[in-house]
Ligand binder design. Sequence first.
Ligand code: NAD
Ligand code: IPM
Ligand code: MN
Length: 361
Amino acid sequence: SKRYQIAVIPGDGIGKEVMPEGLRVLQAAAQRFDIDLELTPIAWASCDYYAQHGQMMPDDWKAQLSGMDAILFGAVGWPATVPDHVSLWGSLLKFRREFDQYINLRPVRLFEGVPCPLAGRKAGDIDYFVVRENTEGEYTNLGGVMYAGTDREIVIQESVYSRFGTDRVMKYAFELANSRERKHLTVATKSNGIAISMPWWDGRADAMAQGYPAVTVDKQHIDILSARFVLQPGRFDVVVASNLFGDILSDLGPATTGTIGLAPSANLNPERKFPSLFEPVHGSAPDIYGKNIANPVAMIWSAALMLDFLTESTGAGRAAHDAIVKAIETVLVQGPRTGDLGGTANTTAMGEAIAALVAQA
Ligand code: NAD
Ligand code: IPM
Ligand code: MN
């Protein structure tokens, strides 16, 4: 059988605490379902590496990672020592761009056993995907500062939407919606205020919709869409959004399900020309680092998404994914649970409990 090459990058802060639990569960699943993984631990793409080398990664980072089947990633950022735009543009954002991981798939689910901050919602009431465009949009370095340091100072930062880049994320979102029971797609827009790019974005959604007559499409301005994530989460099935809108929605959505400590993500190059990257939605959480209290579920669920992607959602990888998700569901109900879930257990205890269930699945 195929041996999958996985680069393992813990990064910074709680990335270093949740990664061991991600690996514990990954290895339990690989053994149980007979999946052959070769894990390559990587200490760069971290602010510790930056402190020693003055850059986030070695010059040959791309060559080192190109042959990998996937990258399992914790979190990067330690703003006390490295400015966030330096550490993130020097690592994660480089991976997304240079490996053309143009889909950022972020599931949002309310689980049984997790206290929901929204009144009257139960497990199953919140269950949707945010499909975030991941290589262009508002995230650019196009622009600059003029008359710097004077009272005439001017700052310009451009956004970029290509037809190629927009159509491919629309296509992915329509395909995903079409494959789901409800076949409902929400398009995040802001075509009232952002009067050039967003009406155009809507037009690309309309054009793609022609090919998917079974999918119902609802365009919503990002402001009211955000309100409805809170007030009417049952309206959502698949949500497609530009890079920044998708970023914001993918913290807000998980917050409505109790904690961002649960939320996984898959940064996909669907063509598999380059490695895809799997990581929690959350960051390095300097405020809780060092106490072993971070919720490891986002990391563990991300590892499950990786196994599913590696095997194209078939066979052992799919079974391993399903077993991991089932173990997460069980532990969220029975415990042990971390503090963000209302429990008192530590990161390791929660990871061990999930791994134990996966091993007997
Ligand atoms: P964050 O996601 O790191 O933390 C936000 C809040 O959520 C904090 O109070 C934190 O304690 C809590 N939290 C996050 N993950 C948790 C978990 N697993 N369990 C329990 N609580 C958890 O966001 P931030 O504070 O804005 O950013 C901190 C650093 O992380 C910055 O350097 C930022 O740039 C970086 N960051 C990196 C990524 C990434 O690597 N993908 C994502 C977001 C932020
Ligand atoms: C995320 C993060 C990143 C983003 C940051 C760390 C650059 O917030 O993955 O959601 O904005 O994409
Ligand atoms: Mn984010």
